[in-house]
Write a protein that binds this ligand. Structure first.
Ligand code: PGA
Length: 249
């Protein structure tokens, strides 16, 4: 039985002091031991967020990471900078990073390999555009994203990974995929993992849905057999996040 994992993606929101205030506000609302709870926050807020989350069930994660160890990469964050402060999760390849910061399937793969090398669990994002959905190539496109993201990743590593299926047309738009649409793709992702590795790896890996998940639609999405959690943007900055985390109560 896979434990659900619900992660907030704060994106470029909240100053460090606002981050601390929000964590203090949400801490009592997200107490649900049956679910892994992660807040992925801007790099500058990771340390104060960790302090604020101490003693709670909240894990603090990063929103991005570079694939080199150190060196002349102005503005980037190295994996050992994250592990040094206790980060265990990092979002890799969010569609906003692919669209605005030129990340490719290949750089996503390099980051995934580097995260595993440092014992950080990658939350690997994939998802189709509206045009791709309308043209009926969603599953083909996502299989390609997954196959490249997992190049040279071992079965043992893959079993611990988190994949976030986020249709781009549903992100920040209020247009959630129906639970059947989300389940269809999440099931296809699991089948793709079984094809690359084996049934045991596919059964272990956790697959989230993301894209306008909110307190009203979370329970229906999370009831689907292949949806093991959510990656939540807008609603993770509000008390609503507590309702999503407690979808089973
Ligand atoms: P949203 O964002 O919940 O605001 O649609 C999700 C995401 O981009 O991870």
């Amino acid at each position: 039985m896979r434990k659900k994992i619900i992660a907030g993606n704060w994106k470029m929101n909240k100053t460090p002091s606002e981050a601390v205030a929000l964590i203090n506000e949400l801490k009592p609302l997200v107490a649900n031991e049956e679910v892994d709870v992660v807040f992925c926050v801007p790099a500058i807020s990771i340390v104060p967020a960790m302090e604020a989350a101490k003693g709670s069930n909240i894990n603090i994660g990063a929103e991005n990471m570079y694939f080199e160890e150190s060196g002349a990469y102005t503005g980037e964050i190295a994996p050992n900078m994250l592990t040094d402060v206790g980060v265990k999760y990092v979002i890799i390849g969010h569609s906003e990073r692919r669209d605005y910061f030129a990340e490719t399937d290949e750089t996503v793969n390099k980051k995934v390999l580097k995260a595993f090398e440092h014992g950080i669990t990658p939350i690997i994002c994939c998802g189709e555009s509206l045009t791709q959905r309308q043209q009926g190539v969603t599953i083909d496109f996502i299989r390609q994203q997954i196959k490249i993201a997992f190049l040279n990743v071992t079965a043992e590593q893959a079993a611990t990974a988190v994949i976030a299926y986020e249709p781009i047309w549903a992100i920040g738009t209020g247009m959630t995929a129906t639970s059947d649409q989300a389940e269809e793709v999440c099931a296809a992702i699991r089948a793709c993992i079984a094809e690359i590795y084996d049934d045991a790896t596919a059964a272990a890996i956790r697959i989230q849905y993301g894209g306008s998940m909110n307190a009203g639609n979370a329970a229906e999405l999370l009831a689907k057999p292949d949806i093991d959690g959510g990656l939540v943007g807008g609603a993770s900055l509000k008390p609503d996040f507590g309702k999503i985390v407690n979808y089973n109560k």
